[in-house]
Design a binder for this molecule. Structure first.
Ligand SMILES: CC(C)(COP(=O)(O)OP(=O)(O)OC[C@H]1O[C@@H](n2cnc3c(N)ncnc32)[C@H](O)[C@@H]1OP(=O)(O)O)[C@@H](O)C(=O)NCCC(=O)NCCS
Length: 411
């Protein structure tokens, strides 16, 4: 994101090793993975072993010149390398220091290493996601990267705020972002539900209401909307193309709003005018109590229509509705290649073009450009030269293991 917003982003990678994702989930053992390509567009790569004396000197020089220094190594690693916040702040008081770790410093888990699912399971995302009965009533992860990409986005907010603060004070600050905090921030509504549950013992929007049992904590919610409006997924007939029975995404999401006029519009669009005078359905509270009957009848109505037909009919009536779309359906939708939503990046060479998700917002006076991801150490010479190192010095760094792996047998 910083690179797309115009920053010169230098990724520091270990010589000969590089970012682990270069070699994770590869489609060809000789090429970087889409995982790496998608997440490193427009960055530069500097190979540097920050454990060698020359590596430390180069990193020191770089820190003295940069606006921001961002790291996500395991807890304790940066202090061990000698580049923790205090050290960096002393080297360059203007430098903003961003850190990602698994947990907040107050947490008993602060020293744990963390990956995506660890963030989701420890932040109440997984315990509140998934099915609420039967064989699959188990804590479930979201397909969205709530622990990974979401943490990066949260850190970005802190970094940009720190930049604005520095414009006023001239001094950089330390922005600490845990995956736990980022994930929990998106589970705020689940903490709202916990407060309500603690007070009254039930949650009207949940499938467990009114006949099921509630325990002490917010249960898994299936596909409820989550707020006060009544939402659910309904099975449709396959539309063809990529919407087949086999792909199993032939569903639509429909919301019945609480307002009388909105409910009336939905009833008329589906031919359920009898609900308007039936006391089991004609108030929002009554609908919460009879949601199973609502799900059943709407499900019968959607069953002989495609998700796109349902979206057209209800959308035209002003009912909040949307088809359940697969990755394939989204990535083959040419209308989304609008310059930002989905973008095609030309990586060149054997890889050619690949698709990624672009900058998720647009600005009236700025358009990001989307460039390739760097090869391992692809910008080492450029960066070292800009720092004032001569060709001889660079040759020495390559030989002594600072910017290239040591040859076999060397220590
Ligand atoms: C992701 C994570 C679990 C990986 O842990 P890891 O396998 O120990 O790998 P790391 O990259 O953190 O560190 C490995 C070592 O490489 C070293 N290293 C990394 N880059 C280096 C460099 N350019 N030069 C010298 N050493 C380097 C580290 O200092 C560390 O050395 P140490 O073990 O002697 O302390 C851990 O970094 C972590 O919890 N990070 C914070 C949360 C996070 O970002 N998770 C990832 C979400 S996808």
């Amino acid at each position: 994101m910083l690179a797309w917003l115009g920053a010169d982003v230098i990724k520091i990678e270990r010589p000969g090793v590089g970012d682990a994702t270069r070699k994770e989930l590869q489609f060809n053992p000789d090429l970087p993975s889409y995982y790496f390509l998608q997440l490193n567009s427009d960055k530069k790569s500097l190979t540097l072993d920050a454990k060698t004396p020359d590596g430390k000197a180069i990193l020191t020089k770089l820190i003295k010149e940069c606006d921001m220094f961002v790291e996500n190594l395991h807890p304790g690693a940066m202090d061990k390398l000698g580049f923790g916040w205090e050290a960096v702040h002393a080297l360059n008081p203007r430098c903003i220091y961003g850190t990602i770790k698994g947990f907040p410093l107050s947490s008993k888990y602060k020293d744990l290493k963390a990956y995506e699912p660890i963030a989701q399971v420890t932040a109440a995302a997984a315990s509140t996601t998934g099915w609420f009965e039967g064989e699959y009533d188990i804590p479930t992860q979201s397909g969205a990267a709530l622990g990974d990409s979401n943490t990066g986005m949260h850190l970005l907010i802190g970094l940009l705020a720190a930049l604005q603060q520095r414009n006023n004070t001239g001094e950089g600050c330390y922005v600490y972002q845990s995956m736990h905090n980022a994930c929990l921030n998106l589970c705020r509504i689940k903490t709202r539900d916990q407060l309500t549950l603690d007070k009254i013992g039930y949650l009207t929007q949940f499938p467990q209401y009114p006949d099921g049992q509630f325990g002490d904590c917010v249960p898994r919610a299936g596909n409820i909307e989550g707020g006060g409006v009544l939402g659910w997924t309904y099975k449709c007939k396959p539309a063809g193309g990529y919407d087949t029975e086999k792909n199993d995404n032939n569903f639509v999401y429909i919301i019945l709003q609480r307002g009388e006029k909105d409910f009336e519009a939905a009833c008329k669009a589906m031919g359920f005018e009898d609900w308007l005078t039936n006391p089991d359905f004609n108030t929002a509270d009554a609908r919460d109590r009879h949601k199973q009957a609502i799900y059943e009848r709407i499900g019968q109505w959607t069953a002989d229509k495609t998700k796109f037909e349902v979206t057209d009919i209800l959308g035209a009536a002003g009912v909040p509705v949307g088809p359940v779309l697969s990755t394939k359906e989204i990535m083959t939708d040419e209308s989304l290649y609008d310059g930002n939503t989905l973008v095609r990046i030309n990586q060149g060479g054997e890889i050619g073009e690949f698709v990624t998700v672009g900058c998720p917002f647009t600005m009236s006076n700025y358009q990001p450009t989307y460039g390739p991801a760097p090869s391992l150490g692809g910008n080492t010479e450029e960066v070292l030269t800009s720092l004032g190192y001569t060709a001889e010095q660079q040759a020495e760094f390559a030989k002594n293991g600072t910017t290239k792996p040591l040859a076999d047998g060397q220590m």
